[in-house]
Design a binder for this molecule. Structure first.
Ligand SMILES: C[S@@+](CC[C@H](N)C(=O)[O-])C[C@H]1O[C@@H](n2cnc3c(N)ncnc32)[C@H](O)[C@@H]1O
Length: 407
């Protein structure tokens, strides 16, 4: 559905709610387990009746966002404000809950509900969830309830959620998804039957878009089966954690010069790799998996402080979940936990992507890298003695691997 149509539809519902009418987005009877609207919550006690009645969600994202006292939270597509008001209670007077909605009528309804609730730590913003009117790293958690499916720019929404989250921040979303591969006819039929499902993503598409945005620790749990492959789901993910002033995000082509300079500086130490010259960008990217390449950047200058990337170990399908990685930190940024943060994010992203073994080779002389990898669950499988020559010297390489728990 086009953005303007969506806004018009919800503005109409908001005006009806302001007249005291019961509003319904989807016909709950159309679903096998009608946990839509206020029925999706275990406890809405103490909220104004108008906020509860205007609830158009498909779950309870506040319940999964693990909000803490003093935190800042943003609700994408806040509607009548139910999740903003519930969040405001959780984060307390020292915290802040923002709601963002594209419908001015919905914002009016939400502000009226907030006034009735006496909430002073809330703010409702006007705008599109694909272009969030907040600065980078402004919030600890992003929540959303049955809205992302409505956007005509879902990759843009997730990229924006990633941008406004501080490193280590969480995403907790209720949404409607479809299972299995996307059969357009089946999806269209479901969308005709229940209007609020428009634009729903298949579970694997959702996962892939979250990964592309840079999220790790992704879980998508189906919470209700509505037939025809349509489900309610709870989606959780995190922005990789790293120290202050830094951020981990997917590697981009614009990072090429700095990534390759850091690579060369590592090779120049003589203890990073048998290679002596960093490849061209084309050579670098040709061998690397596009979804497992991250950089740590200084959030002030945008400078790259380190990177991590992986290559498949084999083209044979049986080894599809086995990768080999490299991690390099700028010589001026070492001993600040950047390598550790990059490796932790990479391990989480690899697990999300179905990788079951991560392997790497480390020169025994590179004790810092060895210690880092062992601290994050890698074990030395063996020593490949005098495996190859580096600057005319035969050198040993320690072979390390990290297995996913279930393998
Ligand atoms: C299904 S209702 C859910 C409202 C609320 N989250 C709840 O649980 O009651 C969808 C809401 O998202 C808003 N919305 C839809 N698309 C949007 C977009 N692209 N940007 C901002 N708000 C949007 C609508 O105006 C509406 O208030």
């Amino acid at each position: 559905m086009a953005h303007d149509e969506v806004v018009q539809r919800y503005s109409g519902l908001a005006r009806a709610a302001m007249l005291g009418r019961v509003i319904l987005d989807c016909d709950a009877n159309e679903f096998d387990q009608g946990r839509f609207g206020a029925a999706g919550y275990d406890d809405v006690g103490g909220l104004p009746e108008g906020a509860v009645r205007a609830s158009l969600g498909c779950g309870d994202p506040v319940a999964v966002a693990e909000l803490r006292d003093g935190e800042t939270v943003l609700d994408l597509g806040s509607g009548g404000g139910i999740d903003v008001l519930l969040s405001a209670r959780r984060v307390g007077p020292h915290g802040r809950a923002y709601g963002l909605d594209a419908s001015t009528d919905m914002l009016e309804l939400a502000r009226a509900n907030a006034a009735r609730a006496g909430a002073t730590n809330v703010e409702f913003l006007h705008g599109d969830i694909a272009s969030i009117p907040l600065p980078d790293h402004a919030v600890d958690a992003v929540i959303s309830n049955c809205v992302i499916n409505l956007s005509d720019d879902q990759p843009g929404v997730l990229a924006e959620a990633f941008r406004v989250l501080r490193p280590g921040g969480r995403l907790g979303v209720s949404d409607v998804v479809t299972d299995g591969p996307t059969d357009p006819a089946r999806r269209a039929a479901a969308e005709r039957r229940v209007g609020c499902v428009a634009g729903s993503l298949a579970v694997e598409e959702y996962r892939s878009l979250l990964r592309q945005a840079g999220f790790v620790g992704i879980t998508i749990r189906l919470t209700g089966d509505h037939g025809d492959g349509v489900h309610s789901a709870v989606i959780r993910a995190a922005k990789p954690a790293i120290g202050p002033g830094l951020e981990i995000r997917p590697m981009r082509e614009a990072d090429a010069t700095q990534v390759l300079a850091i690579y060369q500086a590592g090779l120049d130490t003589g203890d990073a790799s048998f290679e002596t010259l960093a490849p061209s960008w084309e050579g670098f990217t040709a061998g690397k998996l596009p979804h497992l390449r991250y950089v740590a950047v200084d959030t002030g200058s945008g400078d790259v402080a380190g990177w991590i990337a992986a290559s498949p170990v084999s083209s044979r399908p049986v080894y599809a979940g086995v990768v080999e990685h490299s991690v390099y930190v700028h010589p001026g940024c070492q001993a600040h936990g950047i390598g550790r943060a990059l490796l932790s994010a990479f391990v989480a992203a690899s697990e999300d992507a179905g990788v079951w073994t991560i392997q790497t080779g480390i020169f025994p002389e590179n004790t810092a890298s060895l210690t880092l990898h062992q601290a994050l669950g890698f074990r030395v499988v063996g020593t490949r003695e005098r495996i190859a020559r580096h600057h005319d010297r035969w050198r040993d390489v320690l072979f390390l691997e990290r297995r996913l728990d279930h393998t």
